[in-house]
Design a protein around this ligand. Structure first.
Ligand SMILES: [Zn+2]
Length: 743
C-alpha cells in the first residue's frame, strides 16, 4: 500500500517513523517527540478547516436531537407471559438509555386493541402489556417510541380484505417466507390508509407516547414486486418510473401518519424503518427533508455483505442527506446474519465495533435484543456489553455529538444507479454496484482520506464548495441537470475522478449515445462494453505521470474486468493492451501488444484536475485486492486533490478515520480494522495499534484547551504552531476518539 516512508524530524537525525512507530520502540520516545513527528518526502499539504459554525441554542432544538442512546428489547408474542417488566425497565434506565421502543405492533396487539383485525397475542389474556411497559418506562423518565409493524397480517383479514394483499403474477397472495399464516400487505392498498391510522389514533387516545414508528415498512434495500389490482396498473417494478410512484406513495403515507401522530402532541412525529445504506429504498434526498428520525436498520454485517465498515457506510449516507438531523443505527446484540440466533448474544467484540462505528460516523447508539424469555432473558450476556458501552458514552456526550463532518473529498452515491442500474451488459448482477462502492471505500480508507458521501440530487454549488474533489465511481445514471452541476463544479475549480459507465445513462436509465460528461472528461465512446473472458486487459505505461508513481520495473499494470472502448486521445498516459486467453498458458500472451485506446484520460483546466478510467477499476480492486489498482487510484486521488488534506493521520494499520466539528471543538475518530475478521466472520478479539500522529490546521483564532482520548480516558500533549495542530494518539485498541476542546 502507498504508505509512504515517513520520517521523524528531529534536530539530531531523521529516524524512519515506520520503525519508531513499532509499539516497543515507541515507548522510548517522549510524547513531545511523537507530537512533532511529521511526514517526510512528498508530505500532503494541510489546508485549514473552515470557519466554525455558529452556536446552536439547545432550547430551540427538537427533543429527539438530544437523544443519545436508544434501547430496544424487541417484544415477542410470548413476552406478556414471561417478561419481567421491572427488570426490563431497570436495565435500560441503569444503562442510561434516553428512550425505549415498546411494541404496539399491527401483526399482534400487545394491548386490548379494538381495531378490527388487530389480533391479540395468544398470551395477552386481556392484559395491557403495552400500557404496563409504558408506565414502567415513564416512571424512570424514559421516553417511549410506539412500535408498529404494518407489513404482515393474518388469514381472517385476508378473507375480509383480499385487496390488502401483495399478489404474485398468478394472482395468489404473497405470504411470509417463514410463517405462511401471515400474508404480506401491499403498501398501495387501503390497509395502509385505514388500518395503520386506526392503530395510531387508538394508541394516542389511550397512552402517552413520544412518537410512532413502523417496522417492516417501507422496504429497505430493494423495491416491492406486487401484482395486485392497484400495482398491476403501476409502471413495471424496478424501473425509474416505478421508483417515482413508489417514492410518492411512501412520502404520502409518511406525511399522513406524521400528521396523525401530531394530533395529540405537536412535538410527536412518525418515522419509519430505513437503512440499506447506499441502496436505501426511498429517495434519500426526500427523506432528508421529511424524516425527523432516520432509523438505520443496519444491524450487522452479513455473509453477503461482510465488509466491516457496514455501519459507517450507513452513517456516511445519513450525513449526506440529514444536515445534522437525528439518525440512530441499530446494533443487533443478538446473533445476526444468514444463520441467526435471535435470542442469543453475539461476539462482544463485534457488537462493540458496530457501536464504535455508529458513534464514529455521527449516528446515535441503539442497542437491540429480541425476546425476554425467563424474566429478562435466557441469555443475558449482551446486557453488560451494552450497558458498559452506553455508560461510557454517556460520560462523553458533548464530544460524541457531531455537528458537521470535516472532509475535503465527496463521493457521489448514485442512489438511483445503486437501485436501478443492472450492471453492464457483460455482468448483470445485483451486487455490481455494491462491489463498486466497497472498492472505492477501501481505497479511501487505506489512503486515510477524509471523505463524505454526496447524494446525486444534492449537487448544488453551495454543498459542493467544501470539496476539493468529487469521485464518481461508475455513477451510471446522471440527468442532464446533474451533468451540468458537475460541469459547474469543475468550472469553479473542483476536481473529478470518474470511472466506467459514469453518465452513460440519463436519469431514466435511457442509454446515451456518448457519455453525458464527454466534453468535461475529454472522452468519446468507441464501442460497447468489453468484458473479460480469460485474461483481463492491461494498461500500458506510455509516459511518466504522478498517477504512476511507484510503478517501477514494469511496462504495464492491470486494467479492470470491464471497460468502455474510447477513441484515442493525444499524448496518453496509459493505453489498453486488450485481454486475451488465460488457458491454455501457451496462448496467454497479447495478440495486440500495443493500441492507441486510452486506459486513463487526464486533463487539467485551471486548478481543476480530471481523471477518467474507462474500466470498472473500483470494483475490480474489490474483487481482487490488487495493490496496483489500489496504488493507481490512491495516486490519482492525491493528484486530483493536489494532495491537499484537511486532517492527516500517520501511523501503521488499517483504520477508518472520521473527523467532526463538535460543540466543544473537534473530534477525530479512529476505527481499528486491523483484524483477521475485518471482512469475514465476526471480530473475535482486538489487535491494538501503536502511535498515530494527527495533524490538522485550525481556523484563524482558534486556540486549543486540551485534547482527551475518550476511550483511553486520558489527556495527551499537543503542539499548536501557526494554526497547525499536532498530537499523537499513543495506542488504538478497537476504537479511539481524540476530543479537541477549544477556547
Ligand atoms: Zn400491490
Amino acid at each position: 500500500m502507498p504508505n509512504r516512508r515517513t520520517f521523524l524530524k528531529t534536530s539530531a537525525a531523521a529516524i524512519p517513523l515506520t520503525a519508531a512507530l513499532n509499539v516497543h520502540d515507541a515507548s522510548a520516545l517522549s510524547a513531545q517527540e511523537l507530537a512533532v513527528a511529521a511526514a517526510g518526502g512528498p508530505a500532503p499539504q494541510l489546508v485549514a478547516l473552515p470557519p466554525r459554525q455558529p452556536a446552536v441554542d439547545p432550547a430551540k432544538e427538537p427533543w429527539q436531537q438530544k437523544i443519545r442512546r436508544v434501547g430496544q428489547s424487541n417484544m415477542t408474542e410470548h413476552d406478556p407471559a414471561v417478561m419481567n417488566i421491572e427488570q426490563w425497565a431497570d436495565y435500560w434506565h441503569s444503562a442510561n438509555a434516553d428512550i425505549v421502543f415498546i411494541s404496539v405492533t399491527g401483526i399482534l396487539a400487545f394491548y386490548p386493541s379494538k381495531v378490527k383485525f388487530h389480533r391479540h397475542g395468544k398470551f395477552l389474556n386481556g392484559r395491557d402489556f403495552f400500557g404496563e411497559c409504558v408506565a414502567a418506562a415513564r416512571k424512570r423518565n424514559l421516553r417511549v417510541v410506539a412500535r408498529m409493524s404494518p407489513d404482515l397480517n393474518w388469514g381472517d383479514a385476508l378473507e375480509a380484505h383480499p385487496e390488502w394483499a401483495m399478489r404474485n403474477q398468478d394472482g395468489s397472495a404473497q405470504f411470509s417466507g417463514e410463517e405462511p399464516r401471515l400474508f404480506k400487505t401491499c403498501m398501495f392498498s387501503t390497509y395502509m390508509d385505514d388500518y395503520v391510522p386506526a392503530i395510531i389514533r387508538e394508541i394516542n387516545a389511550l397512552y402517552d407516547v413520544d412518537c410512532f414508528y413502523t417496522n417492516g415498512w417501507p422496504p429497505i434495500g430493494s423495491l416491492p414486486e406486487c401484482n395486485c389490482g392497484i400495482c398491476s396498473k403501476l409502471p413495471a417494478a424496478g424501473t425509474p418510473a416505478y421508483w417515482r410512484v413508489f417514492n410518492d406513495r411512501v412520502f404520502e403515507l409518511w406525511r399522513k401518519y406524521d400528521a396523525i401522530a401530531r394530533e395529540k402532541k405537536p412535538d410527536s412525529f412518525f418515522f419509519a424503518n430505513l437503512g440499506g445504506n447506499v441502496r436505501c429504498g426511498p429517495n434519500l434526498e426526500r427523506l432528508g427533508k421529511v424524516a425527523a428520525w432516520f432509523q438505520a436498520d443496519n444491524q450487522d454485517r452479513t455473509y453477503e455483505d461482510p465488509a466491516v465498515w457496514g455501519c459507517t457506510l450507513q452513517g456516511r449516507v445519513c450525513n449526506a442527506v440529514l444536515d445534522g438531523k437525528f439518525a440512530a443505527n441499530v446494533t443487533g446484540a443478538y446473533s445476526t446474519g444468514g444463520l441467526t440466533w435471535r435470542n442469543s448474544a453475539k461476539n462482544p467484540a463485534e457488537a462493540q465495533m458496530w457501536l464504535n462505528e455508529t458513534l464514529a460516523s455521527g449516528m446515535v447508539l441503539y442497542y437491540h435484543f429480541v425476546g425476554s424469555e425467563n424474566g429478562f432473558g435466557e441469555d443475558r450476556r449482551w446486557q453488560k456489553v451494552g450497558s458498559d458501552y452506553f455508560r461510557w458514552a454517556a460520560r462523553h456526550d458533548a464530544h460524541l455529538t457531531t455537528r458537521r463532518s470535516i472532509a475535503n473529498i465527496g463521493v457521489v452515491i448514485g442512489q438511483s444507479t445503486q437501485l436501478l442500474y443492472p450492471g453492464p451488459a457483460t455482468v448483470r448482477s445485483r451486487a455490481y454496484m455494491h462491489e463498486t462502492t466497497h472498492g472505492i471505500y477501501d481505497v479511501l480508507l487505506r489512503g486515510r482520506f477524509a471523505f463524505d458521501f454526496v447524494h446525486e440530487d444534492r449537487l448544488d454549488p453551495e454543498r459542493l464548495s467544501k470539496y476539493r474533489a468529487l469521485l464518481l465511481p461508475n455513477v451510471a445514471m446522471l440527468s442532464d441537470h446533474q451533468c451540468q452541476q458537475i460541469r459547474d463544479y469543475v468550472q469553479s475549480g473542483g476536481s473529478i475522478m470518474a470511472s466506467f459507465e459514469t453518465g452513460l445513462y440519463d436519469g431514466n436509465l435511457n442509454p446515451r449515445a456518448d457519455f453525458g460528461l464527454a466534453d468535461l472528461l475529454g472522452i468519446h465512446k468507441a464501442g460497447d462494453v468489453v468484458g473479460t473472458v480469460g485474461n483481463a486487459y492491461y494498461g500500458r505505461i506510455e509516459r511518466q505521470h504522478p498517477i504512476l508513481e511507484g510503478f517501477g520495473d514494469t511496462n504495464w499494470i492491470p486494467g479492470a474486468q470491464n471497460r468502455i472502448p474510447l477513441k484515442p486521445v493525444q499524448n496518453p498516459v496509459l493505453t489498453v493492451v486488450p485481454g486475451f486467453v488465460r488457458y491454455p498458458p501457451e496462448l496467454a500472451y497479447p495478440t495486440v501488444p500495443h493500441s492507441d485506446e486510452p486506459a486513463v484520460v487526464l486533463r487539467e483546466t485551471g486548478y481543476a484536475r480530471i481523471a477518467y478510467f474507462p474500466g470498472d477499476i473500483e470494483r475490480s480492486y474489490w474483487l481482487t485486492g490488487h495493490g496496483d489498482l489500489l496504488r493507481l487510484m490512491d495516486n490519482t486521488i492525491r493528484w486530483i486533490t493536489h494532495d491537499e488534506r484537511i486532517v492527516h493521520v500517520e501511523g501503521e494499520g488499517f483504520i477508518e478515520m472520521l473527523c467532526w466539528e463538535t460543540t466543544p471543538g473537534y473530534a477525530v475518530h479512529l476505527l481499528n480494522y486491523t483484524n483477521p475478521n475485518a471482512h469475514h466472520g465476526w471480530m473475535q478479539s482486538v489487535h491494538p495499534l501503536g502511535p498515530q500522529v494527527v495533524r490538522m490546521k485550525l481556523p484563524d483564532g482558534v486556540k486549543v484547551k486540551s485534547i482527551e482520548l475518550l476511550r483511553g480516558e486520558q489527556k495527551v500533549a499537543f503542539v499548536l504552531e501557526n494554526r497547525g495542530l499536532q498530537f499523537t494518539i499513543p495506542r488504538v485498541r478497537d476504537y479511539e476518539v481524540a476530543a479537541i476542546s477549544i477556547d
